[in-house]
Write a protein that binds this ligand. Structure first.
Ligand SMILES: Cc1ncc(COP(=O)(O)O)c(C=O)c1O
Length: 382
């Protein structure tokens, strides 16, 4: 028996204290206990999503929050732009294609971040765009987009155009400030940096977005976000929520307070830098330039055979699970998640295992190389 290590970019490991809170016992969702729970959660949740407005909680996976943002904030026949730089931009595009919207795609090469200047030029050529959708972290490529500059580009195009951001793989691992970044709606999910099992999703909307969704007559029922915000006025939810996950969420938010949000965000950056230094010391190429490297997930390239050996050996010989590439990056990259209940020593463990795997596969001695590079990042250069 050996301890397993789940280093995928979601789902992620659950802290024992969160598991324990989730198993304390069920409470009725129409009870004062539940209302207290919801009341307690809101202010802390607002801090993580960087908003002063209420955050709706849906009992469904992250995609439901993406769809909720779309069906509530886009009216029939309106024109929208979707920034597509990977599998989750594609997800937004596919959702949009299901509805009667006029969809324009701003394509970004997978592995690159959107260039705000080029994006602004693209937008300025379009007429009457009512909303722009983008990922913050495109999990499939491990890129982080320059949200502040993109938000500025959207608002300089038209102050009333909404900027909607998918933060599923990064909220909780990086600071957000919706007002500063001109984000009108930010959505996320539970199973990544927020250290919870899959099953709940979050939608934060500012006043402008709430007003638009209240005025929108596109048919919708379970994902009608107005119901969630109305129920929140009574510290409640419109339908039976995933009560145990919300109990766990309360504990997660306490952990953020105990550790200090700043220090949690710093830990994520440290893990990224350690990992990138270590991987480079193993002669592995990064998919993403340092400037746009996400603090929550890292992607590296190699040839398909080597990637397969790495993934399989990590799993079978070292009990470490990492993720492959998706769609057009399948067989071209591997991804290591480093968000939520993960720590610098987990980076040390995966790098040590990689040294062993590659020393054997390439018949070249890598022992100590990745560890020295990562430790220098962590402890400082001597
Ligand atoms: C950026 C991003 N958006 C959306 C999703 C979809 O979330 P879910 O699989 O919970 O529906 C994911 C999941 O990996 C994601 O990483």
């Amino acid at each position: 028996m050996e301890q397993t290590l789940l280093l995928t970019p979601g789902p992620t490991p659950i802290p024992p204290q969160v598991s324990s809170r989730m198993s304390e016992g069920m409470i009725g969702h129409r009870s004062n206990d539940f209302n207290h729970l919801m009341e307690n959660i809101q202010p802390k949740l607002k801090t993580l999503l960087g908003t002063k407005d209420s955050v709706a909680i849906l009992s469904s996976s992250g995609t439901s929050a993406l769809e909720a943002a779309m069906v509530n904030l886009v009216k029939p026949d309106e024109s929208i732009v979707i920034i597509v730089s990977g599998a989750f931009g594609d997800r937004f595009k596919n959702i949009a294609g299901t509805y009667p919207f006029d969809v324009h795609v701003y394509d970004v090469e997978w592995g690159e971040a959107a260039d705000p200047k080029k994006f602004k030029d693209f937008l300025n050529e379009k007429k009457n765009i009512k909303a722009v959708f983008s990922q913050s972290c495109e999990t499939s490529t491990a890129v982080i987009h320059p949200l502040n500059a993109l938000g500025k580009a959207v608002k300089s195009y038209n102050e009333e155009t909404l900027f909607i951001v998918d933060g599923v793989s990064i909220v909780g691992g990086m600071e957000f400030d919706m007002e500063k970044d001109n984000i009108d709606c930010l959505v996320t999910g539970s199973q990544k940096a927020l250290m919870l099992p899959p099953g709940i999703a979050f939608v934060a909307m500012n006043e402008t977005a709430r007003q638009k969704s209240a005025d929108n007559d596109l048919p919708r029922f379970y994902l009608d976000i107005n119901r969630y915000f109305k129920a929140l006025d009574d510290q409640s939810t419109p339908f039976t929520p995933a009560v145990s996950l919300i109990q766990g969420l309360e504990r997660v938010l306490e952990i953020y307070e105990e550790d200090g949000v700043e220090s949690v965000f710093e830990r994520h950056v440290k893990m990224r830098d350690m990992l990138r230094a270590g991987l480079r010391a193993l002669d592995l190429e990064m998919l993403v330039a340092d400037e746009y490297a996400s603090p929550t997930v890292t992607a590296f390239k190699s040839d398909e055979d080597e990637l397969k050996v790495i993934k399989d050996k990590l799993k079978n010989d070292h009990q470490i699970t990492i993720a492959g590439g998706q769609k057009e990056l399948k067989g071209k990259i591997l991804r290591i998640g480093h968000m939520g209940y993960m720590f610098p020593h987990d980076m040390i463990r995966v790098l040590a295992a990689l040294e062993a795997v590659l020393s054997d596969y390439r018949n070249e001695k890598y022992y100590g190389k990745a560890l020295a590079a990562a430790q220098e990042e962590y402890y400082g250069k001597l």
